[in-house]
Design a protein around this ligand. Structure first.
Ligand code: SAH
Length: 221
């Protein structure tokens, strides 16, 4: 293959379109979600040495022993969060590279995202600014506390797996809102669960079996 001076090559529009076709074949139906994934340059969010694999449907390292989920899981979680009612504000727990936040930024009015590793939060902020994505607010802290000053949220997304969804997060969910999270199961398997805040209760449904990094307590300095 000729050297591509513009850095297109495997991160080209063709590679992105191929990924979108795969996601559609895997069952992602929401055209807005597919379009958001087509637009966000995932190769800028992953470790540079693996940027050429950014449009494959695989999880990739983002530094600090963390990973960004495979695009199918990002799409699936985003779709599960959005279906069933208008979503204007979303809280994400686990900013990581900022990729999921960037995808959400294309779909909702305002994204708030909390990350416990300061350096990840900082580089996510730099990248989002560079991409001129200006409806995402980031906070360095323990996501188990949510972001009380900005609550309630129409949607809450956890991208690290707790043993149980912290109660504090459910209290920050607006009526009608949905929380999507990977939760550690009894047999070491994680389940993707969705809680819907209805008039009577929090209704819980199971979506998929998944594999996320664990949610840790407290913020790192
Ligand atoms: N959404 C990210 C994926 C991040 S991986 C992306 O698109 O790149 C999960 C992230 O959750 C890691 O960065 C990890 O540091 C963070 N995390 C784990 N426990 C946390 C907690 N209690 N509060 C905030 N972030 C947490």
């Amino acid at each position: 293959m000729a050297i591509d001076m513009l850095g297109a090559g495997l991160t080209s529009q063709r590679a992105r379109d191929r990924l979108i076709r795969q996601l559609a074949e895997l069952g992602i139906r929401d055209p807005a979600v597919l379009d958001a994934i087509r637009q966000v340059p995932r190769h800028l969010f992953v470790e540079e040495a693996l940027a050429h694999r950014a449009y494959e449907n695989i999880a990739l390292p983002i530094g600090y022993r963390q990973t960004v989920s495979q695009p199918f899981i990002v799409a699936r979680m985003t779709e599960a969060l959005l279906e069933g009612g208008a979503v204007s504000t979303v809280l994400e727990v686990g900013t990581g590279s900022g990729y999921q936040a960037a995808v959400l930024a294309h779909l909702v009015d305002r994204v708030f995202s909390v990350e416990r590793i300061r350096a990840l939060s900082r580089s996510a902020r730099e990248l989002l600014t560079r991409l001129r994505i200006n409806n995402v607010s980031l906070l360095h802290g323990d996501g188990a506390q949510g972001w009380p000053a900005r609550a309630p949220f129409d949607g809450i997304l956890l991208t690290a797996a707790p043993r149980e969804v912290p109660h504090e997060l459910l209290t920050q969910l607006a009526p009608g809102g949905r929380l999507v999270a990977p939760v550690e199961g009894v047999d070491g398997q994680q389940q993707l669960v969705r809680y819907t805040h209805t008039a009577e209760a929090f209704v819980r449904d199971l979506l998929d079996t998944v594999c996320f990094v664990p949610m840790l307590s407290g913020a790192e300095q």
